[in-house]
Design a protein. Structure first.
Lengths: 292, 169
């Protein structure tokens, strides 16, 4: 267990701009240590969308805009761990290559580690640390392919959904429930002919929703850079709604619940009993609730 | 190796925090320094390391030594694998090693792969490279190297780029 004083020292060094200490501190938080910091001080932007729509490339271009304006950017790029080996291939930063020489940019790749709650427990304190260390823009990037990824992005304070043309992906996004969480939607690859139509399809899908206000839909091209400045400007004015806040809090609660379940000391016994058929699933839930 | 895999697979049942202490998962940066445009090998290695239970950060092509050092720092990686096929290994790899030492990243393990002729290897081992894997290397050999590194560092023997030179795979 790292000593509290070690965490404090690292935080003090990180605050004064030491990247090595910041990086080390984030590792300790990822490993489950509590940082010596007030919770909830940081505000983050979650960026999600189906695989291959260009999230990382777009973030790369957004970083360029912020850096040109003299603002700093920290990115927590989340990718899934392999369910078979537990390892992970984290390739997001290969699309943000301009970022690696600027002191205004910090990118950290994170694996989900196949624990529905494990990583999520540490996202909020990580954002707090980055905020405390003076990072102006804090992004959480995740692939919006399924429920577990929604849980990740739900830890952000505002959510940008990225989609692409010509893929039918928006239907998948609707299925997964990401659209309800989005505060702003962009259709990337606007240089491709189907982009306009995709944007219209998204807008019409949104127009039937009963949310108090529907998110803006913008067209951008991470390839050419067109629309990226406007996107960054729009983000400054984008606020969330209470309905979406409620949905996000709900997802966070489910994450915390999963985490409590999977770290319960009784878990192995319960799994065994379920395997033998000596208890039902409802018995198992009751037993864990009492335990908690 | 069998025991190693078994340890990794426990992660899903036991929950992450509890088994993290026992398994051998490392965070490893796989990087392509210089103007070398071929990364089939690096990607195969990245996948092999992932399948061995490690978290691999792949940098993509054409990175400078300074960028690679920066990435290792930001990712708090325990190891960095440098792939070079273009013949610039004798310049670029020592620069990465130097940069890591200057940044007080002495305990990072540096290994290399690609086309690195026998007569260039001694000087790379001298600057702190702990293994050089050429064509025909099996993925299990690289995983064995990392297991050996783990064992050595547990018993306090030097493995990092800034620690005493001498041993290499």
């Amino acid at each position: 267990m790292a000593l509290v004083s070690e965490l404090c020292d690292l935080l003090a060094e990180a605050r004064s701009g030491n990247r090595r200490s910041l990086s080390r501190l984030l590792t300790l938080v990822e490993e489950g240590h509590n940082p010596p910091i007030e919770r909830g001080i940081g505000s983050s932007l979650g960026i999600t969308g189906p695989p291959g729509v260009g999230k990382s490339s777009l973030i790369g271009k957004m970083i360029d805009v912020w850096v040109r304006r003299g603002e700093s950017v920290a990115v927590l790029a989340v990718d899934p761990s392999s369910p078979r080996s537990g390892g992970a291939l984290l390739g997001d930063r290969m699309r943000m290559t301009n970022a690696d020489s600027s002191d205004l940019v910090f990118i950290r790749s994170l694996a989900t580690r196949n624990h529905p709650g494990g990583l999520m427990d540490c996202l909020t304190p990580m954002v707090d640390i980055l905020s405390e260390c003076g990072w102006d823009n804090i992004l959480i990037e995740t692939v919006g392919a399924g429920q577990s990824e929604i849980r990740v992005v739900a830890f952000a304070d505002r959510i940008l959904l990225v989609d692409g043309p010509d893929r039918g992906d928006i239907i998948q996004a609707e299925k997964a429930g990401i659209m309800e969480l989005a505060d702003l939607i962009v259709i990337n690859k606007s240089d491709l002919p189907e982009a306009e139509r995709a944007a219209k399809a998204v807008k019409s899908a949104l127009s039937v929703a009963e949310d108090e206000f529907t998110p803006e839909v913008l067209l951008v091209s991470a390839h050419s850079g067109i629309g990226v400045e406007e996107l960054v400007d729009e983000l400054e004015n984008t606020t969330t709604s209470s309905e979406r806040e409620r949905l996000r809090v709900r997802e966070r609660l489910i994450s915390a619940w999963d985490s409590a379940l999977l770290t319960s000391p009784e878990l192995d016994d319960i799994l065994q009993a379920l395997e033998k058929g000596s208890i039902t699933l409802l018995d198992a839930v009751d037993s864990i609730r009492k335990d908690g | 190796m069998i025991e190693y895999r078994a340890k990794c697979s426990n992660r899903f049942i036991e929950g992450y925090h509890r088994c993290r202490k026992n398994d051998l998962t490392m965070r490893i940066v796989v990087a392509k320094p210089g103007l070398d445009g071929h990364d089939r090998g690096a990607k195969v290695i990245a996948r092999a390391l992932r399948d061995g239970g490690h978290e691999v950060i792949y940098t993509g092509l054409r990175r400078t030594p300074d960028e690679i050092v920066r990435i290792v720092i930001d990712e708090d990686a325990g190891a960095v694998g440098l792939s070079s096929l273009s013949g610039a290994h004798s310049v670029l790899i020592p620069r990465v090693c130097e940069g890591l030492r200057e940044s007080r990243m002495d305990n990072v393990i540096v290994f290399a792969g690609g086309i690195i002729p026998e007569h260039d290897r001694a000087s790379l081992y001298d600057v702190g490279v702990r293994a050089i894997f050429g064509p025909g290397t099996t993925s299990s050999e690289i995983l064995e190297f990392l297991s050996t590194i783990e064992e050595r560092s547990e018993s306090g023997e030097p493995v990092g780029v800034g620690e005493e030179a001498g041993w290499h795979w």
